[in-house]
Design a protein around this ligand. Structure first.
Ligand code: AMP
Ligand code: GLY
Length: 418
């Protein structure tokens, strides 16, 4: 099977790497890709937000499966355009991708499907905003009603800061604060059968101990040794399947990756948000532990054949990704800092360097974005995976590098309680 991955980030590198390790995959192409993806795929230039350009490329390459990584191309209708050419595509239609593209749409679907989530108000005037803020009280949760790559959300005890953020948004969702540990649970679905993956956890804040502003994600690990027994089954039954079924009932088949961001609150599991694509960086450790051929799974989802496909299998042990970000992130990012130490020879075995914001300039690998790369490691347990990943991080250098030193530390120490 010939495959084409759309996107430029760490998630796309992890997916391309996993596809390249699937014996049924004969070719991996990527567009536009990045210097890390170039090690496992043939790169092609493309405007990933242009559905016609992407569909033309898929047709010209004669691929059997297109995998769309990021949300923006999905919302732009790239998956629809590819499918219209008769090519299998993993990723929801533009209409179904509204589950991520519009927080208000997601809330409506959840209400109809009786999926547990935070109470929320959609506001458009200052008076409505202030009323909602005061109805819930601190901590305030203010979300831009649109795509913001994980950075459109402000959670704060400071009412003035919450109000200022809300006033910057066209349409804003203000919601109840959910306490308790967060879980990222992904599912591969063809619009009817739903295969949950292992739960993972992501670290959103830039600094250790969850301090500082939200980012796209500074690290992740899987599985979660502290997850309550039966969590995956419960989320499948109460969240994932009802959501997929409700969308089908509306005639908006959701096929692709359904990502549930969950809070395990005192009052049970609640959805924080849905995304319509693999999470980044959670995909990096998940792909490192996946024991099933990825191409077979994604093609079956794209073709509506999951009911006759074997569910995902997992290797034992733990996997972890530590993100290294550039100077200034998340407010800005600095390009052009030379990156040293990414050669395989300089890091432990069972460690991969997954590229996100990198570029090759005059033969040097340099920073080219906020999140620059992630070091992913597999170990017999979390301590072992952490030791390997941080040894890999220690070998990599660039000016202004930022990374957290506490990814999965609490979980490894048994300090997370539900
Ligand atoms: P989102 O983009 O909706 O995933 O939000 C980004 C991050 O903000 C989440 O991962 C949470 O850490 C936090 N967050 C969002 N909504 C809530 C909420 N209702 N209660 C508490 N934290 C939240
Ligand atoms: N890891 C968070 C996200 O992909 O949105």
């Amino acid at each position: 099977m010939k495959t084409l991955v759309i996107g430029t980030g760490g998630r796309e590198h992890a997916l391309a790497l996993a596809l390249s390790r699937d014996p049924s995959v004969t070719e991996v192409h990527a567009a536009p890709g990045n210097p890390g993806i170039a090690d496992v795929a043939t790169l092609h230039p493309v405007d990933q937000l242009n559905p016609v350009e992407v569909a033309d490329l898929a047709e010209r390459l004669g691929v059997d499966l297109v995998v769309v990584g990021p949300e923006a191309p999905l919302v732009a209708g790239v998956a629809d355009a590819v499918r219209e050419r008769g090519i299998s595509c993993f990723g929801p239609s533009a209409e179904a991708a509204q589950l991520e593209g519009s927080k208000a749409f997601a809330k409506d679907v959840m209400a109809a499907a009786e999926v547990p989530t935070a109470l929320a108000y959609v506001c458009s005037t200052q008076a409505e905003i202030e009323e909602a803020l005061d109805a819930f009280g601190a901590p305030y949760v203010v979300k831009d009603d649109g795509l913001a790559a994980g950075k459109g959300v402000v959670v704060t005890d400071d009412r003035a800061e919450a109000l200022a953020h809300a006033l910057q948004c066209d349409r804003v969702v203000i919601e109840e604060f959910l306490d308790g540990p967060e879980v990222s649970l992904f599912a591969i679905t063809d619009g009817s059968t739903v295969f949950p993956l292992q739960p993972a956890q992501d670290f959103k804040r830039i600094f250790n101990d969850d301090e500082g502003p939200n980012t796209g994600g500074m690290g992740a690990y899987t599985p979660l040794p502290w997850a309550p027994e039966g969590l995956v089954e419960e989320v499948l039954e109460r969240v994932l399947q009802p959501t997929v079924d409700e969308l089908a009932r509306r005639g908006t088949i959701f096929s692709g990756l359904l990502y549930a961001g969950l809070a395990l609150t005192k009052r049970g599991v609640k959805v924080i948000e849905f995304n319509a694509r693999f999470g980044d960086p959670e995909t990096q450790p998940l792909m490192a532990l996946l024991d099933s051929p990825l191409g077979v799974l994604l093609k079956a989802a794209a073709d509506g054949e999951l009911h006759v496909t074997e569910p995902p299998r997992w290797k034992s042990g733990s996997a972890l990704a530590v993100v290294m970000a550039s100077a200034g992130y998340p407010e800005s990012s600095r390009n052009g800092d030379v990156i040293l130490g990414t050669d395989a020879a300089q890091r432990p075995a069972e460690c991969d360097v997954i590229h996100a914001g990198t570029a090759l300039v005059d033969g040097n690998l340099v920073t080219a974005g906020g999140r620059v790369l992630a070091v992913t490691a597999v170990g017999k347990d979390l301590d072992d995976a952490r030791a390997k990943a941080y040894a890999g991080v220690g070998a990599i250098e660039f000016d202004g590098a930022q990374f957290r030193t506490d990814i999965a530390a609490k979980a490894a120490a048994g300090e997370i309680k539900v």
